[in-house]
Design a protein around this ligand. Structure first.
Ligand code: GTP
Ligand code: MG
Length: 275
């Protein structure tokens, strides 16, 4: 029988994360992999505007709908001829541009009723070699906290009873620069971000309690994770509201000996599972 390997025409992913994480380098790499003939080179200095690129998934990367396909499956050949495409929006990570670009992009894409703008997933990229620095860690965690809060508000706003599975927006924390020997392994990136978000959340809760002394403050949707914020924050906590967070390491600039782009394979597999 005929099984379509054509992806929905509108699979959008949003690429967020602090400045210098490697977002534009990643976007450029995906573009180069998608169309080897054309030479695409975005400047790798600090981005000031966001860009939307259309790229393709390598045919060997499974998607949610074809993951049980065997290597002999004729649809694999078909896929090679007609690769699954998706769109990726690269945003500037600079602190001053986050609210006006990254976060507002997230707001509008995640709320959009237009199917063409349907957001399939959010990639939040961090430089895993830079997170040992406390200021850098706090900056990244603050941004990630704000991103997750937008998604939580969206999830809770939908009404708990009628949330459809396919409206959930998963988050990939892409731990970049694993090629550097000073890079933290993904497990410790996860722990550091969780611990830092816990601190941010606790100080926010305290602020809300102080504020509610004289005014009515509805803190329920304002705090990330469970509302009383008693326990320690973990990404797992967000699964209750339907936000799945994965932390996966990789490298845009890889080992010279490896095949170009092999360092981003696991992120592409994550993208494939969202399609
Ligand atoms: P903004 O546009 O300011 O938000 O930053 P960005 O996230 O787009 O970072 P960009 O892609 O400009 O990369 C910043 C620097 O990191 C560049 O010099 C890249 O060459 C470098 N870089 C990106 N990925 C890797 C990697 O996997 N390993 C190493 N060692 N360097 C990388
Ligand atoms: Mg950039």
């Amino acid at each position: 029988f005929f099984r379509s390997v054509v992806s929905p025409p509108s699979s959008n992913f949003l690429l967020l994360g602090p400045s210098g994480a490697g977002k534009t380098a990643f976007t450029t790499l995906l573009e180069a992999k998608s169309s080897p003939a054309s030479k695409t080179s975005h400047s790798t200095h600090t981005s000031q505007t966001s860009t939307l690129v259309s790229v393709s998934l390598p045919p060997t990367v499974p998607t949610a709908s074809n993951r049980f396909r065997s290597v002999n499956d004729p649809s694999l050949k078909e896929a090679a001829r007609n690769p699954i495409r998706y769109r990726l929006r690269d945003t500037p990570g600079h602190g001053k541009l986050r609210v006006s670009q990254g976060l507002s992009e997230l707001q509008s894409m995640s709320q959009s009723k237009d199917v063409k703008m349907k957001l399939r997933g959010v990639l939040f990229m961090v430089d895993t070699a830079a997170l040992v620095d406390e200021t850098t860690l706090r900056d990244a965690a603050t941004y990630l906290h704000d991103v997750l809060l937008v998604l939580q508000k969206r999830a809770l706003g939908k009404g708990k009873s009628s949330t459809k599975r396919d409206t959930e927006i998963p988050v990939l924390v892409a731990g970049n620069k694993q090629d550097l020997f000073t890079a933290l392994p993904p497990g410790s990136v996860r722990e550091k971000l969780e611990a830092e978000i816990d601190r941010i959340r606790k100080s926010k809760t305290k602020g809300l309690m102080d504020a509610s002394m004289d005014s009515e403050v509805d803190g329920e949707e304002e705090v990330l994770g469970d509302d009383d914020a008693q326990g320690v924050f973990s990404f797992k906590l967000l699964e209750e509201v339907g936000i799945k967070v994965d932390v996966i390491g990789g490298a845009v600039k890889g080992d010279q000996e490896e095949e170009i782009g092999s360092g981003v394979r696991r992120w592409e597999e994550w993208i494939g599972m969202c399609l």
